[in-house]
Structures are given as C-alpha cells and as structure tokens.
Design a protein around this ligand. Sequence first.
Ligand SMILES: NS(=O)(=O)c1ccc2oc(=S)[nH]c2c1
Ligand SMILES: [Zn+2]
Length: 261
Amino acid sequence: CNLLACSQTAKPANQQSWQTQIQGGSRQSPIDIRSSESVHDPQLTPLSISYDPSDCLQIWNNGDSFLVEFDDSKDNSVVSGGPLENHYKLKQFHFHWGAENNRGSEHTINSLVYPAELHLVHWNAEKFRTFDEAIFSENGLAVIGVFLKLGRKHDGLQKLVNALPAVKYKDSTVEFSNFNPSCMIPSCLDYWTYPGSLTTPPQTESVTWVIMKKPIEFGDDQLSAFRSLLFTPFGEKLENMVDNFRQQQPLMNRVVRATIL
Ligand SMILES: NS(=O)(=O)c1ccc2oc(=S)[nH]c2c1
Ligand SMILES: [Zn+2]
C-alpha cells in the first residue's frame, strides 16, 4: 500500500526557522514530512494496536480540543511494535482541525495540509507509573497521528459526533462508553516515525510520533460538528473551537523513518 516512494538518504535538516519554538527545543512537533527525505527502515515492524472499547470512559472539552478518555488502569488498550521498545497504554484521543477546509492538520506531508488530524495518545507504562510522569520523560509517550480528509461520512465516528453537543462548552464532560478507536486506524498500516514533542503546552520532548501514511475519510457534517464546539466556558463570549493546530516546527537534527509494508 506504499504509494509514496522514499529515498535511502536523509538530507541535512533545515537549521533555519522563522517560527517560534520552546527555548532550546531541538525536537519540536509538528513538522512537515518530506517523503523523499524520509529513510526507509526495513527493521521497522508493523505496529501492534489493540484497543478494548470497554476502556472508553468519557469525553472532555478541555478548551483546546475534546478528549475521549480511556481507563488506563488495565493493560487492555495498548500499542507496541514498530519503533516502540515497550508497550504504551492508550490514555486519550483528540483531534485538531481548521475553521476552513484548507487548514487543520498539525503535521503536513510535502506541505500538503489536511482538514483535520487525529492523535491517539499512549504512555509508556513499562517505564513510568503515571501519564503525568511520562509526559516529562524521554520515551514517555507514543502518539499515533491519523490524517482526516473530507469525503464519505465515517460511520464509526458518528457515535462520537452525536455526543459532541453535550460537551459544547469548555470544561464540560459527558459519559461516553463502548467506543473502539480501531475504527479510525487506516487499513494500510504504513507509517512515518520521528522523535518529537507535545504540540500543546508543556510541549515537552517526550513523544515518539507515528504518523499513518494513509488518511481516513469523514463527512462535511462531521467536521461541522467539530467546529460547533467552543473554546469558551458557558456564560462567556462564544468562540468556536477551530484552528486548534500548531505551526510546523524545524526538523533540525532529525531523520524521519518510513515503513514500506
Ligand atoms: N497534541 S499532542 O501532542 O498529541 C498532546 C498529547 C498529550 C498531551 O498532554 C498534554 S498536557 N498536552 C498534550 C498534547
Ligand atoms: Zn494533538
């Protein structure tokens, strides 16, 4: 399923950047992935992803995005393999999107922007005791990024979309159960991987990024439901939750590796 060729050599990273980055940050996210500069690594095995829908707990509007949160007290929803040395537990997933269809994703592919991007956030439960400890630690997190493009309505996503009006306002939560995030993983498991950071504060450099090469499709009405959420709490000025993505950061001294499965 690999449609994007990648060469064997990695060119020197772009050292200049006009964009802001945390003081002294050398591995910030997101980045623009230049497929021709990615390095095919035959040692990258397929990801092993297994989620238990009964671990799904609630949806929370945290004022940045809406987080679908999972019970990480058991070992049922985990990712391993690929570039990961350990198994990582699913903590939450969320999205980033634009006010208009020409922007929204955080990562870009050869400068191509998608209207939205899904982040499945996992933490290294073999090395750390809690998620909060992991976000400040090397190899603490593994985030799977999946691009969303507009097209056919995504049937699996509709259950989530139907729950969004209940979390319209910042700091609202709603019970949400029996949802399997596997329905949002593309059938083609080819990916790029690189060492990076959280894309929102504290922007700690604790993330192994795994960006799926193929997007999933979802419908205009589903994206409109994302855009109907608010950054602001009940009773305050209405500000639609849109354009909640960070600008691309300099690659600096990093190589993006690619699978060809
Ligand atoms: N957008 S993201 O890089 O996936 C991400 C994931 C988990 C996070 O926890 C805090 S705190 N900020 C976060 C950002
Ligand atoms: Zn994110």
